[in-house]
Write a protein that binds this ligand. Structure first.
Ligand code: AMP
Ligand code: MG
Length: 415
C-alpha cells in the first residue's frame, strides 16, 4: 500500500495546467484568469444618487425643515435638464446623474410635499457628498481589478461586465469523459436479471465532474472486454482532456481497466492506504488530435463500489482536474469539527474517511455526526453527507472530541 499523500503527489506531478484560451464572459464563470484585467473604464461612469430623494445644495438644508422649489425630475437613465440653484432642488432617483449645482441628496423618506405646488419640505440636513456616489469610486481607469490566477466567481464576472470586458483569457474548462465498466451494469430501465445492477457511478461522477467546474461528457457503459474498452478510451482521449472510469481496477479476474491500461497507457496501479477506495489506477494515454502535437490525456481509474468511487474522485481526481484548470487551491477545505458521536475505528495502517453530516452549531462551531451506513456499496446513506471525517490510523475520536473533516459541499446548514 502507498500513502495517500504520495499517491496525490504522483498524480498532481503528472498533470499540467491547460493552455489559455479566450472565452466570452458568459462562459467564464468559475474559470481561472490567465491575464491581469486592467480597467479601461470608470465605475460608476458619472456621479449619481445613491437613493431616491432630492438633490440639493447642502447649505440650503443646514436649518430644517427647509422648503425648496422642485425644478426637475431625474430618472435612472435620464439626464438633468437644469442646474440646481439656491433654494432649489431636483427630484432624483437611485442611479440617476447628479445635476450640476447640487452636492448632496436628501432621501425621499425625509421629505413631505410643500403647501404650494412645486415645493417640497425637507426635514433632514445632509453633509456635502451625502448619498452621492462619485464618479470612479468603485473602479478607476488603469486599476488592475483582477490578476492572473484569480477565480472568476459570480461577483467577479459581474465586475468584468461592469467594466465592459466581454472576452477574457482563462484556463479552459476541461472536457472530461466519464464511463463505467462492468458486465453487470444496466442503464436502460429494463427489469433486473439476477446478478445485474443499475448503473449509478457514471451519473454520480458526471455530477462530481460538473461540480469540479468541468464539462462532463458521457461515454456510457463499457462491458468487461478489453477491445471494447480500448476503442472507447481511444475515442474519449481524442475528444476530451481527461478520462474518469469506474470499476475494473481491483483484484478480480475481470478487472479489465487495469489489464488494458497496463498495456496501452503509461499507467500506475495503486493500492492506497485509505478506506474506502483502496484500489486506484492512474495514467496518461497518448492522444493525437488533428494536427496538434501529441497530447497526453490523464485517466483516473476509480474503483467500482459507489462510495469508493466518490471518495476516490474527491481525493485523487478532483485535485488533478483543478490543477489542470489553473486553480491554486486544489483540495477541499479542511477544518476541525466537534464530534457529536464516537468515531471509533480499528488500527489497520489506513486513513479512514467516514461520511458525515456537518452542521454549524449555536456554539459557533461545526459539529459532525456520521451517516447511518458506512459500507462502500451504501450510496444512499452517503448521499446525505456533506463532508468526510478524516480518521488517521489509530483508535478514532470520542464524542465531544475534535475531528478533522473535509467539506465536500458549500452547503453547510445551520442548526
Ligand atoms: P469493480 O470495481 O468493478 O470490481 O466493482 C466493485 C463493485 O462495484 C461491484 O459490486 C460492482 O457491481 C459495483 N459497481 C461497479 N461499477 C458500478 C457502477 N457503474 N454503478 C454501480 N455499481 C457499480
Ligand atoms: Mg467490475
Amino acid at each position: 500500500m502507498i500513502e495517500l499523500a504520495s499517491a496525490q503527489e504522483k498524480v498532481l506531478r503528472a498533470v499540467q495546467q491547460a493552455a489559455p484560451v479566450t472565452v466570452a464572459l458568459n462562459d467564464a464563470y468559475g474559470l481561472v484568469l490567465a491575464e491581469n484585467i486592467v480597467s479601461q473604464e470608470e465605475v460608476p461612469h458619472f456621479a449619481n444618487s445613491a437613493v431616491d430623494g432630492f438633490a440639493v445644495r447642502a447649505q440650503d438644508v443646514v436649518s430644517v425643515p427647509a422648503t425648496l422649489r422642485v425644478v426637475d425630475e431625474i430618472a435612472a437613465g435620464g439626464v438633468p435638464h437644469v442646474a440646481v440653484g439656491a433654494g432649489e432642488t431636483s427630484r432624483i432617483m437611485t442611479g440617476a446623474p447628479m445635476p450640476s449645482g447640487a452636492d448632496a441628496v436628501v432621501m425621499v423618506e425625509d421629505s413631505t410635499e410643500g403647501k404650494t405646488p412645486g415645493e417640497v419640505v425637507l426635514s433632514a440636513s445632509v453633509q456635502v457628498g451625502q448619498a452621492v456616489r462619485p464618479r470612479g469610486d468603485d473602479v478607476r481607469v488603469d486599476d488592475v481589478v483582477f490578476h492572473v490566477g484569480d477565480v472568476l466567481h459570480s461577483a467577479a464576472v459581474g465586475v468584468l461586465a461592469s467594466i465592459n470586458a466581454p472576452h477574457v483569457s482563462v484556463v479552459p474548462r476541461l472536457r472530461v469523459a466519464v464511463l463505467s465498466t462492468g458486465d453487470e451494469l444496466v442503464d436502460d430501465g429494463s427489469p433486473l436479471a439476477l446478478g445485474q445492477i443499475r448503473e449509478s457511478n457514471r451519473t454520480m461522477l458526471m455530477g462530481l465532474v460538473t461540480q469540479a467546474g468541468c464539462t462532463a461528457v458521457d461515454y456510457g457503459i463499457v462491458r468487461d472486454n478489453e477491445q471494447a474498452l480500448e476503442e472507447t478510451l481511444r475515442r474519449a482521449a481524442s475528444e476530451c482532456d481527461a478520462i474518469v472510469t469506474s470499476g475494473g481496477v481491483s483484484m478480480g479476474a475481470y478487472d479489465v481497466v487495469k489489464a488494458l491500461l497496463g498495456r496501452i497507457a503509461h499507467m500506475t496501479w495503486m493500492q492506497i492506504a485509505i478506506k474506502p477506495a483502496k484500489p486506484f489506477a492512474f495514467g496518461m494515454l497518448d492522444a493525437p488530435r488533428g494536427s496538434e502535437a501529441q497530447r497526453q490525456v490523464p485517466i483516473f481509474g476509480l474503483p467500482g463500489n459507489p462510495v469508493s468511487s466518490l471518495v476516490s474522485f474527491e481525493l485523487l481526481a478532483r485535485p488533478a482536474l483543478r490543477k489542470m484548470m489553473g486553480h491554486a487551491a486544489l483540495h477541499r477545505p479542511s477544518l476541525l469539527a466537534v464530534a457529536d458521536a464516537d468515531f471509533l475505528r480499528k488500527t489497520d495502517g489506513k486513513i479512514h474517511f467516514q461520511r458525515v453530516i456537518a452542521k454549524s452549531n449555536s456554539d459557533g462551531r461545526i459539529h459532525v455526526a456520521p451517516v447511518s451506513q458506512q459500507g462502500s456499496h451504501q450510496l444512499a446513506a452517503s448521499a446525505l453527507a456533506n463532508a468526510v471525517a478524516v480518521l488517521p490510523n489509530g483508535d478514532g475520536v470520542l464524542q465531544g472530541g475534535e475531528v478533522r473533516i473535509l467539506l465536500l459541499s458549500d452547503l453547510v446548514e445551520g442548526a
